[in-house]
Design a protein around this ligand. Sequence first.
Ligand code: SIN
Length: 286
Amino acid sequence: MASADYLPPLRHDGQATDDYKLITVAPVTGSLGAVISDVDLSCGLEGNLLAEVRRALLNHLVLVFPGQELSAEQLIALGATFGSLHVNPFVAGLPDHPEIMQIRSEENETARFAGRWHSDITWETRPSMGSLLHARTIPPYGGDTLFANMYMACEALTPTMRRVLNGLQAQHTAFQGHGRAAAFADAPEVVTHPLVRTHPETGRKALFVNEYFTCGIQGMTSDESQPILDFLFRHMVRTEFTCRIRWSENALVFWDNRCTQHYAANDYPGDKRLMWRVTINGDKPY
Ligand code: SIN
């Protein structure tokens, strides 16, 4: 049976608890993403408000908070609400705040931080739980970020294919994504993670390989593993598993790296774009 014949009904919401009292949650697509209004993130998150935002993240995987004016300290404090923060050895952070990675494209640059689907820092033994990306300077048009739902990608496979993938360990390396820069940094050369991981909070299964950092499957030659990975890299970003976020100045997007991938579109030639990202450390995948 072809996987296209097997696509189950779309569902973005594994928890079915979309009754929020403190925030307004407007889904972006039937697969993932929601715009959250009525929240001022500069005040921080705690108590019931924090609980609702956490629940919205588990239900919608990608949350967009428009119009958030945040200082570096406020962004760090917000990220630290959800866990310890990662300092990326390959991408320069702010001089006084190394936890804030700058994703900067100048007007005259063509090689940009863009163009490959991934989940953040899967080359770490404990990859990221989630990331917060804050729009500081955005181009007049273009520079959107696309997201894909890895639960849906997993659930759309046939039971037979899922059984094959379930026992496999995928290999990840920073060297593939970050190239020579990685050779000078203190990063593990290759780490392995289950190719299908279990989300530690929802218990749902998600595909966990990406074309940026995944370099093989343990116990297989590359002739054997590459066709499987190539199939998955195509399958997991099918349009019906995705949403596309158009940025506005000071928007903040919070995504769950355990069950999504993202892709920055490099389609704003001649314009500047500056984003600040904090990356929250996560658990060892199982
Ligand atoms: C990232 O990969 O974290 C950057 C996404 C973006 O700049 O849109």
